[in-house]
Design a protein around this ligand. Structure first.
Ligand SMILES: Cc1ncc(C[n+]2csc(CCOP(=O)(O)OP(=O)(O)O)c2C)c(N)n1
Ligand code: SF4
Length: 299
């Protein structure tokens, strides 16, 4: 059941002024996440744009306690926090580990898999800006085919994106969701739901990044919407193994309409060297995933 708009938490947990870029999709998403999770939330985050957003000690732009951990140990540090809280009989606190795609799809994968396999009671959030952005746009396994990065500067990335949701689903965890900050109510409601569930919850958010994806900062929300219209990003949740399309993706499935991928690609400078062959390959990949989701939603 969607949270009624007038029930949305009015309190702000990101204080005025922070160090993220103009139009940062991560910062939009983070504002909604913290509102949905409310008080008694502890964050653990590795090096990333999110640590930059939090600010340099002794100042911070965020109103929640946060542990800064090493790259590979994000989910392991969450396990430590959960164990510490249990030892103190603190049952009212939500532990949230949050990292970029580099820190999740690549470097933090082992610790995340371990925590999920143990069923650690925490929420893991991956904001997926499709590259190592804080250090200047290096390729990650989440970068789409055909994108220019500083480590794929000539030929562009040659491989399709890794399907991290599938990897996490294979851990039999109680809740997973895909979201976009361009659809804040969908995102907010999924976090409200995740907070109530016990065990490992995996939340993945597509986070448009103006400097890394090369588009004007004023277009962040529009680009996020275009990603959903073309089904490059699909809004869904998997609760106790049951797959459901949500929000705009559900509507698109019902109407049977989707925009062609090229409308999303042509808006971003990172794809300026994408070949027609790569465009076709990515469209095929997007279509394959979409058809798989439609089948699962029916069953
Ligand atoms: C072990 C280790 N390797 C490399 C770095 C340098 N480093 C800091 S942030 C960062 C990029 C992180 O990328 P991602 O996790 O995708 O988050 P984003 O920067 O996109 O927010 C890197 C490589 C580091 N801090 N620690
Ligand atoms: S580089 Fe991208 S993700 Fe990082 S702060 Fe800037 S807009 Fe946000």
């Amino acid at each position: 059941m969607p949270e009624k708009l007038f029930n949305v938490n009015q309190k702000e947990y990101i204080l005025p002024g922070n160090r993220s870029c103009q139009g940062c999709g991560l910062s939009l998403a983070y504002r909604y996440i913290l509102k949905a999770l409310r008080e008694n939330t502890i964050m653990t985050i590795p090096a990333s744009c999110l640590t930059v957003l939090h600010g340099l000690y002794p100042t911070t732009s965020v109103n929640v306690p946060c542990l800064n951990c090493t790259f590979a140990s994000t989910a392991a540090s969450a396990s430590g926090l959960v164990a510490g809280l249990a030892a103190m009989n603190r049952t009212d606190t939500t532990v949230v580990a949050m990292a970029g795609d580099g820190g999740t799809f690549d470097i933090g994968l082992q610790a995340l898999s371990g925590a999920a396999e143990r069923g650690t009671d925490f929420i893991y959030v991956c904001y997926d800006n499709e590259g190592y952005m804080n250090t200047g746009t290096q390729r990650s396994s989440a970068t789409p085919i055909g994108a220019l990065t500083t480590t794929t500067p000539v030929l562009t990335k040659q491989q399709n994106k890794k399907d991290m949701m599938k990897i996490m689903e294979a851990h039999d965890i109680p809740y997973l969701a895909m979201m976009s900050p361009s659809y804040p109510v969908d995102l907010y409601d999924k976090f409200v739901k995740a907070k109530r569930i016990k065990g490992t919850r995996y939340m993945q958010i597509s986070a448009p990044c103006p400097p890394g994806w090369v588009f004007p900062p004023k277009d962040t929300v529009k680009l996020g919407r275009l990603a959903v219209e073309t089904s490059v990003v699909v809004l869904y949740e998997i609760e106790d193994g049951k797959f459901r399309l949500t929000g705009r993706s559900k509507t698109l499935a019902e109407k049977g309409t989707r925009a062609p991928l090229v409308q999303y690609i042509e808006k971003q400078g990172r794809f300026k060297k994408m070949s027609m062959e790569q465009l076709g390959k990515m469209q095929k990949w997007v279509d394959g995933k979409w058809n798989e989701y439609l089948k699962r939603a029916e069953g």
